[in-house]
Design a binder for this molecule. Structure first.
Ligand SMILES: Nc1ncnc2c1ncn2[C@@H]1O[C@H](COP(=O)(O)OP(=O)(O)O)[C@@H](O)[C@H]1O
Ligand SMILES: [Mg+2]
Length: 321
């Protein structure tokens, strides 16, 4: 007998039940069936049933397969999956902890910096008149360094914030946002000759706060890297690519060497010297995170001296449902 003793009695009723509405199907779907060997030991089996109607009677064809290996493989896959899930949760927790740590460190560094900058300023002005040119230069350097570090902290905090942000996607007017950002940049550099061409009514699927980070950094870069040009031209436009919206921000600035194009999006990577173009090298890394959170991507095209174009591909509007 192939049937284990503990199910043998029930099996009779099952067999009759099957015979009443016989059709080809596996036996005991969703159950782990066992068979019995001649020596009484049991083994996992899979059984498929098919009725065969002959002139004399209805026969039931029954194929029994040894499922030992298959069950073992399934168990192994389950174990591996559980292990992966556990690792994933642990990684997520460590990641969250690191983000929280860098966030609070950055945050707590701000206060002492403000003190360094503020007291240098007070000292400088109360000593005014009695300071040598060299000493005055030292004061300026202390303050400049404190301000650079403050900018670095702000950028790091933005990067951490972007990483932790909850994304709420909505159809947004990128043209309006870009215009507001560019107007503010123009206000801060009234001496510059910058022509802005922003295509109207560009709509993208994005999160307002994240899109703001992207546009501030991209336009900030466009302003910065055209600062050596007599006449700067900055364009924001849009094109459709395979049904997806691709926004570009183009400038006629110093450009960069395309061989290093991938590096730009890594934190702290800069292709221009801080003395010529100040910065922290965190902006594009933040935009890259923004775009990946929005389900899009960013890439760039440029050649040295020929300006640069940054492309942002957004998810299809309607994809939020
Ligand atoms: N519009 C641009 N034109 C030329 N080079 C650019 C432009 N935008 C970014 N880059 C290059 O990419 C680097 C990284 O940019 P970013 O992460 O914004 O850092 P930052 O602006 O602080 O230098 C810049 O230092 C510069 O070398
Ligand atoms: Mg930048």
């Amino acid at each position: 007998m192939l049937i284990p003793a503990e199910v043998a009695t029930r099996h009779v009723a099952h067999r009759e039940g099957y015979a009443r509405a016989a059709q080809p199907r596996p036996m005991g779907m969703g159950l782990s069936l066992s068979g019995r060997r001649k020596d009484g030991s049991q083994l996992p089996v899979e059984i498929s049933l098919s009725p065969i109607n002959t002139a004399e009677a209805r026969l039931i064809f029954c194929a029994v397969r040894d499922a030992t290996e298959r069950r073992a493989t399934e168990r192994q896959i389950r174990r591996l999956n559980e292990g992966l899930e556990r690792q994933n949760t642990e990684l997520q927790a460590v990641n969250n902890e690191l983000e929280a740590f860098s966030y609070s460190v950055s945050h707590d560094l701000r206060a002492p910096l403000r003190a360094i900058d503020g007291f240098s300023k007070i000292l400088q002005s109360s000593l005014e008149g009695s300071l040598s040119e060299r000493d005055s230069d030292y004061f300026n350097r202390i303050r400049k360094a404190a301000q650079n570090m403050s900018k670095l902290i702000d950028d790091l905090l933005t990067l951490a914030r972007v990483t932790r942000a909850d994304v709420k996607l909505a159809s947004l007017n990128l043209s309006r946002l870009a215009t507001a950002v560019a107007d503010r940049l123009l206000e801060n550099q009234p001496e510059r000759n910058v022509t802005l061409q922003i295509a109207p009514d560009i709509k993208v699927l994005a999160d307002p706060a994240l899109l703001q980070v992207a546009m501030e950094n991209l336009l900030g870069n466009a302003f910065k890297f055209t600062s050596t040009k007599e006449k700067a031209l900055i364009e924001v436009g849009c094109m459709s690519k395979d049904g997806e919206t691709v926004v570009f921000v183009r400038d006629n600035g110093v450009g960069f060497d395309m061989n290093y194009a991938d590096k730009l999006f890594t934190p702290f990577q800069r292709l221009h010297s801080a003395s010529e173009f100040p910065g922290t090298g965190i902006g594009l890394a933040s935009i890259k995170r923004v775009m990946s959170k929005l389900g899009g991507r960013i890439w760039a095209e440029s050649s040295v001296g020929e300006g640069a174009t940054f492309y942002l591909q957004f998810a299809r509007i309607g994809a939020e449902q």
